[in-house]
Write a protein that binds this ligand. Sequence first.
Ligand code: NAP
Length: 500
Amino acid sequence: MSDPQLRTPRVAIIGAGMSGIGMGCDLRRAGIETFRIFEKWDGVGGTWHANTYPGLHCDVPSRNYQFRFAPNPNWSRVFSPGPEIRAYLERVVDDFQLRDRISLRTEVDEAVWDEDRHVWTLTTKAGEVSEWDFVITACGGLVETRTPDIPGLDDFEGARFHSAEWDHSVPLEGKRVAVIGTGSTGMQITKGLAGVAGHFELYQRTPQWILPIPNRRYTRLTKWAMRRFGDQLEPLFFAGHQKLTEGSFGVAVVQPGWQRRLLSWMCRKHLDWTVRDPELRRRFTPDDLPMCKRLIIGTGFYQLFRRPDVELVDVGIDHIEARGIVTTDGVLHEQDVIVTATGFNAHQFVRPMELVGLEGRRLSDAWGEREPYGYRSVAIPGFPNVFMLIGPHSPFGNQSLFIISETQRAFAMGWIERWRRGEIAWATPTDEAAERFNAEMKQALPNTIWTSGCSSWYIGKDGLPSVWPWQASHHREILREPEPADWRVEQPREREPAHA
Ligand code: NAP
């Protein structure tokens, strides 16, 4: 039952992926019903809705890759297959009765702040207009697919699609299939298609390091125990996995030390011990340091290249023509299907949606002149009552976005609760606070592995990686409570409506 002393905040959430769904659940759990989730795609789940390629898996342990308030006792493996995560997110949407709050196929075009009335006016691409007190951006980071600039790509007469736009009507069994790209996606597709395709070729421009962590099945006994004693066991598993991940990857990526040396050693030994052919090993050996690019996790990849129907092509691609791929040595590799696993334009974040904030400040200008930036990964100065989930500097490198988003959601909920109690009309970080935060970040970046000299999707057009350059615990610490001096806060006027 709603408390008559509390005002009723209207909250627009942009995106029905993991963090948008989580925000909807948080609002529901706080007794707030006046929210809507806008989703441009035709289903929920974000990246787990878009990506359906063969071999799709998560490389973060499932027990850390779920909402703490909605644990799933039935994960089949330590690292879950994509369809299980998608089904889990669908189930959470049903369990928390979010369906009727989600508007699918509804892309938000722009949101404009009304300085007199202290409300955001949202306009969708279809021209629908609505008003909100808060805007939560949960737009995801890896959304806009990147098409490689290979000459003749459009001349190919077979089937061609991006890994995140898989065309399931195209038969693959017995076909000649080429995958371009050796990121996490290309590697997972290789495992999914080796032995299915008649002949499979992986086109590698840059080799990548792989950390060999086996993906164990959960036994029937573990699943039973999780169902029966989940209240006690889930927090233990969560804490255990979190400690292990944050204490290993989390430290290795942000500072030199034994964690970095150990993980690097594991990657190198994995390559040495599984690829016995020295020439093939040389071709698989990266020039850059392990973890400079986002680390690939898993076992069984290198062994696939012992099969006669699986081939590594590391001669450059010259062009593509009607029948297939022509490499720089002049060889035509005939194909039936070409998959571009060439990643995403990862620096779009909230865009192309436009935000118009205080004094007409536009997000496209703020983020057009320099790389997308914000304050402590959750807010942007000049945009009152806007909170970002998984915005710029949120990626932590191989750590759970569920945990990062949980911290950001709790921070946003804190401001929503203040608004609800009538303590604020709006809040936004000051420009000075955002600049100070960004300067501190730049100072910390040289300690990180991401600046050790490689190209990766983390790197922005300023040449710096858009990542969190400290340990995960620092994120939780500095977002536990707002720093009052860092925020510009407006008090509600007497006559301000309560939308009760
Ligand atoms: P990615 O890591 O950006 O890799 C793109 C690949 O395409 C690279 O190997 C790149 O080569 C290659 N490439 C790009 N343009 C090319 C061109 N013109 N010619 C030849 N090769 C080209 O993309 P991704 O594999 O889709 O992964 C992106 C991120 O998605 C991951 O890092 C991860 O965060 C997420 N992901 C997560 C999981 C998971 O299990 N959690 C699974 C899949 C993806 P260069 O290295 O030479 O640029």
